[in-house]
Design a binder for this molecule. Structure first.
Ligand SMILES: [Zn+2]
Length: 817
């Protein structure tokens, strides 16, 4: 992984403001030559802009500059320094022409180029977020200098090229695109390669889908579902917003090795292509994909028609897309249970982030520069923000909520705005003064812990000690007397509120009306062992598990009590497939902290489920996965490899799950894993092969993973992540011990070889999670004290250290006997 300008300074908010005050961009004309070679591409940019006259700079991160011309005068390429080219602008019209050679990247940013191991074909996509656009074309790279773009692309003749605006192949290998609407630099993209493309139309909007050739079958199979729900979401967004989608075509490109879930580029949304499923999946995987589709569509209005002026309001983009994407999925598509899935999938993500020492208010964090804003781009920005918007909606009602949004889109169409503009639009549309609410919820950090004091007959609300706050909560409590559940409305104002739970089981806020760490007490945990298996209400089940997970991370629920609950009611029991979201937590957090014999008990419960589920059902598939991941018997795993239970097929996903588990137990070897890869050499197989090899309990395997961490062996981003996830396995401590020390010694240097998203992932997945000792926490703190530590590394390491602190606290509270 490399970037050509690791030392380019991050744009400061003050620099962005003065550049915005100086310039108005008239147009970009960009010509890319992707046909030259596999390492670099040609990039010619002509920027026309108006200036008030004076010095500024354009952003440019090339491999090398060919020529620079500014207002008909050549500029010396040596003027370019650390990604910035200084310009002395004239008052009035200016023209800058930059001809450069740019690097293809392979870290999922800039213009990413990859080779599909299945067939050796090359694929390219652009990811300009958050500061990668200048490694594709010269630009004034900040969200509030929007302009229309006209693209011209030369590509190999068997490639298809898709961009933000409709385009045509005018002669073999030559593509011309229409001018776009005004766009921010961060969502300008090109998708190019021998992609398999499908087209449709809905309500006058041309729709497209694409995937690499080796995933053509999967794309064809799901195209109906994707086109249908895209149409349904368009109808619903048009109905809600009263403003039509304005960016022409709507293409959804599934691209290789994409870091995030998706990116909302107008007219050409990019998705990670594991969202196309070569193997059988459960409904929850489809729901995750569906909500992602709707989330990116919501961004076409919130983010793309109106864009945050500066990165500190990025949370609002994400919170809005998260809230409305989920809601529209549930209300307009076949996935009417989307909200339940999200309870399992997203809420703990936000709560965990909010419980870290790196927690921050949802809004108003300032963000002096783009990089520091990026550090706050986390579960708080998405899930907590969405939870707060849901509270706003509940307070002001749909009419004012959507009228305010429409007012906002109309006032700032194709421009930029701030959070204050949105709240002003809401106030204008009858929402009243929301400032007390924003003060209480948007400008304070950390979640309140809410727990029942049964003896005193009250609910106690405790803000995090480092972040004092006085937040009111309104929610419902599900209370069970025997098997009878009833709902109790509760308003918490002040630290203590009377609540009579008698001896009943209570579940706090299963409807997610508020936001907090809800802690079940022992009476509730014990009672749930009997009650949970009988609960049929999916939202309540999700609420129960969220209470249990929050309480566990809060150090108040014993790992053994969680295991008892798992054994009583293993979370594979409904088609909502809670297993998909709960099992990773069970494996990574609960079992390592639970008493001896817990793995075996959970495995036995999984086997029991597997036997009782109907052959071919999703429940069976979930139960089987849970059984594989908890299996300690290589013979049983080998037995399944030879012969699967009736109703299950040994597809690529299940085959690798079995092989990874065998490798972890030391019952496979490199030769077997290599043979499995050679047998089916797809992109997914390569990733799983890496995970399996890194999981082997051998010195060579750990060295294999480590070379990837250090960048000594350069691999695509998904393989790097898989290597880290395989590296640390319980029971292999004698092999990995030396790496626990090496991690801290060598981590700071990885910023030289990895960057951006990948650097953050590497920091996290290679953290020694199995070395749960206070001395490791001390080592982490010592590295965090290094003044020159990279920002991304610092933030991720700080979060990993917090996780370790939590693991230690749980072990201290509930020692493993
Ligand atoms: Zn988003």
């Amino acid at each position: 992984m490399s970037t050509t300008h690791p030392s380019a300074p991050s744009l400061r908010q003050t620099e962005a403001a003065s550049r915005r005050a100086l310039l108005d961009i008239t147009s970009y004309d960009v010509s890319l030559d992707l046909a030259a070679d596999a390492e670099t591409f040609g990039s010619v940019t002509e920027i026309r802009f108006e200036s008030r006259g004076g010095p500024t700079f354009v952003d440019l991160k090339p491999e090398r500059v060919i020529s620079l011309r500014f207002n008909d005068t050549p500029l010396d390429p040596d003027l370019l320094e650390r990604g910035r080219l200084p310009l002395e602008t004239l008052a009035g019209a200016n023209v800058l022409r930059v001809e450069a050679v740019m690097p293809f990247r392979n870290d999922g940013e800039g213009l990413h180029r990859s080779v599909d191991p299945a067939d050796g074909r090359h694929y390219v996509y652009g990811m300009s977020f958050m500061d990668a656009a200048p490694s594709v074309f010269a630009c004034f790279d900040q969200p509030d200098l929007k302009a229309p773009y006209t693209f011209h692309v030369r590509a190999p003749e068997d490639w298809t090229v898709i961009g933000n605006a409709p385009g045509d192949q005018v002669e073999p290998g030559v593509w011309e695109f229409a001018p776009t609407q005004p766009l921010s630099t961060y969502f300008v993209t090109i998708v190019a390669g021998p992609y398999h493309v499908l087209r449709d139309e809905h309500d006058g909007i041309p729709l497209g889908l694409s995937a690499r050739a080796s995933l053509a079958r999967e794309l064809e199979r799901d195209a109906d579902e994707l086109f249908t729900m895209t149409g349904q979401c368009f109808d619903e967004f048009h109905r809600r917003f009263g403003i039509r989608y304005p960016f022409g075509d709507y293409h959804q490109a599934f691209v290789p090795e994409f870091n995030a879930g998706a990116m909302e580029n107008p007219g050409c949304v990019t998705f990670r292509d594991p969202y196309l499923f070569p193997s059988r999946v459960t409904r929850s995987a489809r729901v995750v994909r569906a909500t992602t589709v709707a989330h990116e569509m919501a961004h076409q209005w919130f983010g793309n028609i109106v864009t945050p002026k500066w990165w500190d309001d990025l949370w609002l983009n994400e919170s809005f897309a998260e809230y409305l994407g989920n809601r529209v999925t549930a209300e307009a598509t076949q996935y009417d249970d989307a909200m339940t899935h999200l309870s399992y999938q997203r809420r703990q993500w936000g709560l965990s982030a909010d419980m870290q020492s790196s927690t921050h208010p949802v809004a108003g964090n300032g963000a002096d520069d783009a990089m520091s804003a990026l550090q706050d781009f986390d579960g708080i920005s998405y899930t907590k923000g969405a939870s707060i918007l849901r509270q706003v909606n509940a307070t002001i009602g749909d009419d004012a909520f959507f009228a305010g949004a429409i007012d906002h889109f109309t006032r700032h169409r194709f421009g930029n705005a701030t959070m204050h503009d949105l709240f002003a639009s809401w106030a204008d549309q009858g929402a009243g003064d929301l400032s007390p609410f924003t003060g209480e919820w948007l400008r304070t950090a950390g979640p309140d812990a809410i727990e029942l004091d049964r003896g005193a007959g009250l609910l106690r609300r405790t803000p995090p000690p480092e972040h004092p706050a006085d937040r009111p909560h309104r929610f419902r409590v599900a209370q069970a007397d025997g098997g009878q559940w009833r709902s109790v409305d509760v308003t918490l104002v002040g630290p203590e509120t009377p609540y009579d739970a008698a001896d009943d089981v209570i579940v706090i806020d299963p409807d997610e009306d508020s936001w907090g760490v809800y802690v079940p007490d022992e009476v509730t945990m014990t009672g749930l062992v009997t009650l949970l298996p009988e609960v049929k209400d999916e939202a309540l089940r999700a609420g129960i598990w969220n209470n249990v997970r929050s309480g566990f991370h809060h150090g108040a629920v014993a790992p053994a009590a969680v295991v008892d609950l798992l054994v009583a009611s293993l979370p594979v029991e409904d088609t909502a497939d809670s297993a998909r979201h709960l099992m990773p937590w069970v494996l990574n957090w609960v079992l390592p902290a639970a008493p001896a014999g817990s793995l075996e008990r959970v495995h036995a419960a999984a086997l029991a489920k597997l036997t009782e589920c109907a052959a071919g059902s999703e429940l069976q598939l979930s139960a089987f996965r849970a059984a594989v991941h908890t299996c300690a018997d290589p013979a049983a795993l080998r037995g399944w490899l030879d012969r699967m239970p009736e109703g299950l097929e040994l597809d690529v996903d299940l085959r690798w799950r079995l092989l990874v588990r065998l490798a972890t137990l030391g019952s496979s070897d490199r030769a077997e894993l290599d043979a499995a890869l050679a047998d089916e050499p797809t992109g997914q197989s390569r990733v799983e092969h890496t995970r399996a090899v890194a999981s082997l309990p051998t010195a060579e395997a750990k060295a294999f993973a480590w070379e990837r961490f250090l960048g000594a062996v350069d691999v695509p981003n998904y393989e790097l992540e898989a290597a880290g996830r395989g590296m640390w396995r319980g029971g292999q401590e004698s092999l990995t011990e030396e790496y626990a020390e090496r991690y801290f010694a060598e981590l700071p240097g990885t910023a030289e070889t990895h960057s951006g998203w990948v650097l953050g992932v590497a920091t996290e997945v290679f953290f020694p999670t199995t070395a749960v000792r206070p001395a490791i926490l001390d080592r982490a703190r010592a590295v965090l004290d290094l003044p020159e530590l990279d920002h991304t590394v610092r933030r991720r390491l700080s979060d990993c250290a917090d996780d370790l602190r939590r693991r230690l606290a749980i072990r201290e509270a509930f020692p493993i006997r």
